[in-house]
Write a protein that binds this ligand. Sequence first.
Ligand code: GLN
Length: 477
Amino acid sequence: MDFNSLTIKELHAGLVTKKFSALELCQFYLQRIQANDKKIGAFLQVGGDSALKQAGAIDNLIARKENLGALAGIPVAIKDNMMVKGLNCTCGSKILENYVAPFDATCIKKLKEQGAVILGKTNLDEFAMGSSTERSAFRATKNPVDTTRVPGGSSGGSTAAVASNECAFALGSDTGGSIRQPASFCGVVGLKPTYGTVSRYGLVAFASSLDQIGPLTKKVEDAEIVFEAIAGKDAKDSTSVDKQVTHRSVESLKGLKIGIPKEYFAEGIERGTREAVETIIKKIEREGAEIVEISLPHTKYALPCYYIVATSEASANLARFDGIRYGLSTRGKGIKDLLNIYLKSRGQGFGPEVKRRIMLGTFVLSSGYYDAYYTRAQKVRTMIKQDFTNAFSIVDFILTPVSPFTAFKFGEKIEDPLKMYLSDIYTISVNLAGLPAISLPCGQSEGLPVGLQIIAKPFDEAGIFSLGKFIENLVKP
Ligand code: GLN
């Protein structure tokens, strides 16, 4: 049976009516991984035995006619910076190469409670720092649409797994675009929830004030189901909040006001990307939505602001990898004094991009520079947030491209960090402002997928899903 075209709801229906078993579904994906993943390189670890065991347990529940969660028996892939008890958690880094997670992240606990079947852990740029997954210490993941190109990043493994039918859905993390940008490169759906809606407990921290976990799926409806399963306040993450998940359906776009920020269609955007996004915006207008040009005037400061805030937090968060507490250690290898254990373990364990971020962050936080960089960046962050608050006093949603360009070739941007950082020019402001946003396939440019970004008011995920589903139907040829 071909499960690839089925949504999570359809898979669920098939399981409870015994059209197929959870075991069959799990075996289907494990075989697919075995046959296909040599080519794609999405997975760092496949937990075949434990996945089959989980699937068997679900089949027992079905046989006993017990009530099943929406995700029961549905196979999922997890980005390798989230803790899944008993599986590795490498963060794509040599420093955690042999680290085994001693507990489940809260989102994993929730998935397991729902009965989701965890297939394994997926590749990422080291510690989620990057936009192409070329920064993994272990392997490059290929874009399933065109294997000579990157899948985007940093959640490139999870995204490629979804796009190449190696799982029914996946989880990624998004600090500056790491769910949405790869989703747009591979032609799938990726949601970054409002900051605080999904617990970060058990997600290895990159930049704690920006990080959010979210789903990568084939359909908006699937993203909604997964989001509902993983959202909610958690005593283990004091920044998490409780928000009632609401549902809304959009029958027509009449009366809806949609903002198009002029700064996002300025220089730097590739023509094909721009045309694909403009075409869908025209269709949306024809459906009755009012399209309004808006301005987010501080957009040009978002990138520098992000690279100060994110690197500052990263330099503090990554201090814990010292060769003593976790992972790789040079202890006992002829190095006796503590300082040298720290220096050598970190020197050997971290890759070049991670070192660059730690150095940048340490510099901007150092005394004498702190106010000029860090304090200033925090003020700019407030202004970027205010831009969105102002815009949302006029419009219901904001539509933008996800990335200024489509998936690029391997090696094309790796030598020039600034070029790489530009990948996220349209996504980072959303993280700085803590807003929810989705990336949704909206067309193609020279055969490569283009993503449309819907940005909403804080906690309006329901709005995103309803509009997203409507747009998804418009995109269909
Ligand atoms: N590409 C951005 C960076 O390198 C964002 C990464 C992310 O969202 N984790 O920092």
